[in-house]
Design a protein around this ligand. Structure first.
Ligand code: GDP
Length: 366
């Protein structure tokens, strides 16, 4: 009974981690994102996946389904998912990192760095590593395009380890050679790496998962590794907290609602009527009340714009569009606060503007 209660508690308290994908152009970031978000899975199979603002929520049931072929290492317990889901940012690339105005802060709890196994480390791989290290964002390397190895035999229904064992000898040799070469190039960038199944100390080693975003090989292992990393290596980082952590992704016109902000609410909750205080571009903080919270309606075709659901309140971790007056001078990448009483407004105004100025100075330095 106690065990059951503890399990329930962890499920209740862990929030969905925010996942971003980045890497060099043409390495397969977009294709990989499509696979992770099940964009091309039959609607009936992708039950529960919800398109949010700027991100897609892949819930626990779907994660279980996607990772059911993953075999636990010998002697280990079967793999068990404890997080409620993954919040996968929709657009790949550096933007999310550049967007964050203060150094050392990252919207992303864990990143996937995509490297093309045929090309190894490329200029934007190096740039991405620097950006991730600068932000203190942990990452997993997806060594993508393994289907391009000579005579690779694909089977996305198999655990990667079993699939590799099945390959012809010369394909295995080519895999090992290209893996070693990528590892060497990464080490030249100061990055020690190990294969994901070794579960080496993540403080010393970044984990590599070989994948094919086209055939789906290794995708189950990649998802399992992302889940495992979050719930086992950094559970405290993804524990839900009531303290508000919200980032403005975009400031934009929404038909029928005027200028709105797209926000990732990582922690805490928001409700209609809340007074939010956020930095403004002209050095004047914005103080405004939330008029509506907009979420895309569930069970609609992904990527197709539809009307919104309008919940009265929401809890992190989610993407949401906020409707309020006076948002024109809001700034992408800034974070905001909620004032619970009149006295707090003045304090938060100073605080938000200070944070913004600090962010700008640090951005310029960066
Ligand atoms: P991005 O620029 O990193 O977003 O790369 P894309 O996802 O647009 O992919 C670039 C090209 O590589 C496209 O032609 C994809 O079809 C192809 N591609 C992506 N992933 C794979 C893969 O795993 N295997 C193979 N063979 N091609 C891939």
């Amino acid at each position: 009974k106690i065990k059951l209660r503890l399990e329930n508690r962890s499920l209740d308290h862990l929030r969905a981690p925010v996942i971003c994908v980045l890497g060099h152009v043409d390495t397969g970031k977009t294709k990989l994102l499509d696979k992770l978000r099940c964009t091309n899975v039959q609607k009936s199979e992708a039950g529960g996946i919800t398109q949010q603002i700027g991100a897609t929520n892949v819930p626990i049931d779907v994660l279980r389904e996607l990772t059911k072929i993953v075999r636990p290492p010998k002697g280990s317990q079967p793999f068990k998912i404890k997080i409620p889901g993954l919040l996968i940012m929709d657009t790949p690339g550096h933007e999310h990192f550049r967007l964050m105005r203060s150094r050392g802060s990252s919207l992303c709890d864990l990143a996937i760095l995509v490297v093309d196994i045929m090309h190894g480390v490329e200029p934007q791989t190096v740039e991405s590593i620097k950006l991730l290290q600068d932000r203190g964002t942990p990452f997993i390397v997806a060594l993508n395009k393994i289907d391009r190895l000579f005579e690779w035999q694909s089977n996305p229904q198999k655990d990667f380890w079993d699939l590799l064992k099945m390959q012809k000898d010369h394909t295995k040799v080519e895999f090992e050679q290209r893996l070693s070469s990528a590892k060497l190039q990464l080490s030249e960038q100061g990055l020690n790496t190990k294969m994901y199944y070794e579960y080496s100390d993540p403080k010393e080693y970044s984990w590599i998962v070989p994948t094919s975003a086209i055939t789906g090989d290794g995708i189950a292992n990649l998802i399992a590794t992302v889940v495992k990393y979050n719930q086992e290596i950094q559970p405290e980082k993804i524990t839900f907290s009531e303290e508000l952590e919200a980032t403005v992704l975009e400031v934009k016109q929404t038909i029928g609602h005027g200028i709105t902000i797209d926000v990732i609410l990582k922690n805490g909750s928001l409700k209609i009527g809340d007074t939010i205080v956020l930095p403004g571009s002209k050095g004047r903080p914005i103080v405004t009340q939330i008029r509506a919270l907009l979420l895309p309606k569930p069970n609609r075709e992904l990527r197709i714009k539809t009307e919104y659901a309008e919940p009265k309140n929401i809890k992190g971790c989610q993407g949401v569009k906020i409707v309020a007056k006076g948002l024109k001078s809001a700034i992408s990448g800034s974070s905001f606060l909620v004032a619970r009483c009149q006295n707090e407004i003045e304090i938060l105004k100073d605080l938000s503007q200070e944070k913004e100025i600090l962010g700008c100075i640090q951005c310029e330095k960066h």
